[in-house]
Design a protein around this ligand. Structure first.
Ligand code: CA
Ligand code: CA
Length: 267
């Protein structure tokens, strides 16, 4: 990705990533300071495709573990519309998966679906074409062919509720996906919560967040972890940006009832 003309970046990757230092600074001839209010650019640093940080300024990676062969990517996106707040005042909420939850698709931008891994030849979820909508005749979202008889081949543990849901592994891989399609444009923060609802065991669940199909965050919660994590994930939104929360079973789907929610808000 081309560097923004007003910026210079020093980035590198060495075998010992503990020594990597990345500096994003205003170019000497720049007429404005990108770190001031307005954020004309969004800087994101990835280590082996995992988001490390975003924002602007100087980043020291001294706390990283050794990562021989890891790559560090630092795309710098020009965001001409980021100077406009996504809502006001600061911290205001645009969308909340729990507060906006409904038994109708599309309410406040939320959609409820799944990836049918068992019938996907390449085994990879394509956010552009492989989001299948669920249905919610009872207020809880299930695949449209769901059969509650556990002996049926169309049975699945995959479902979505206001507070979270459950991934499906047996008899067929079906991963529930909570999707939000942005109605705003600008820099936002996602408050993401991931914990076990049933913390009595199992091998845990994995929550993967994608922005227009690109992974921006993932987390594994242990089978006994009823506390989990709450994180803030910076993201640049445009009208139509698709944020997918994909709930994965990890090894199997035993005892995988999981809390996961997202709030989209202004920084
Ligand atoms: Ca696929
Ligand atoms: Ca599991």
């Amino acid at each position: 990705m081309p560097l923004h003309p007003r910026l210079r970046a020093n980035a590198g990757a060495r075998d010992d990533v503990n020594d990597v230092r990345m500096i994003l600074a205003r170019a000497p001839d720049s007429g404005s300071n990108f770190c001031d209010h307005g954020f004309p650019v969004l800087f994101r640093a990835f280590l082996a495709s995992m988001l490390l940080t975003a924002g602007c300024g100087r980043f020291d990676f001294a706390s990283l573990p050794d990562g021989s062969g890891s790559s560090i990517d630092a795309p710098i996106d020009a965001v001409p519309d980021a100077a406009l707040p996504i809502c006001e005042p600061a911290g205001c909420t645009v969308a909340s998966s729990e507060a906006d939850y409904a038994a109708t698709q599309g309410v406040n931008g939320w959609y409820y679906g799944y990836w049918w891994g068992a019938v996907d030849g390449d085994g990879m979820y394509d956010a552009a074409t492989e989001f299948r909508e669920m249905v919610a005749p009872q207020g809880v979202w299930n695949p449209p062919d769901f059969n509650p008889d556990t002996q049926s081949p169309d049975f699945t543990w995959a479902y979505l509720a206001a507070w979270g849901g459950h991934p499906g592994f047996s008899p067929m891989i079906k991963l529930p996906i909570r999707r939000w399609i942005s109605t705003v444009s600008g820099l936002a923060s996602l408050t993401v919560y991931h914990a076990k609802s049933d913390s009595s065991g199992g091998d845990g669940t994995r929550l993967i967040i994608l922005a227009d199909g690109v992974e921006i965050w993932r987390h594994d919660v242990d089978g006994f972890d009823g506390v989990g994590v709450t994180v803030e994930i910076p993201v640049l939104l445009h009208v139509g940006t698709k944020i997918d929360m994909v709930l994965h079973y990890i090894g199997d789907d035993a005892i995988d009832t999981t809390n996961f929610t997202m709030i989209v808000h202004a920084p």
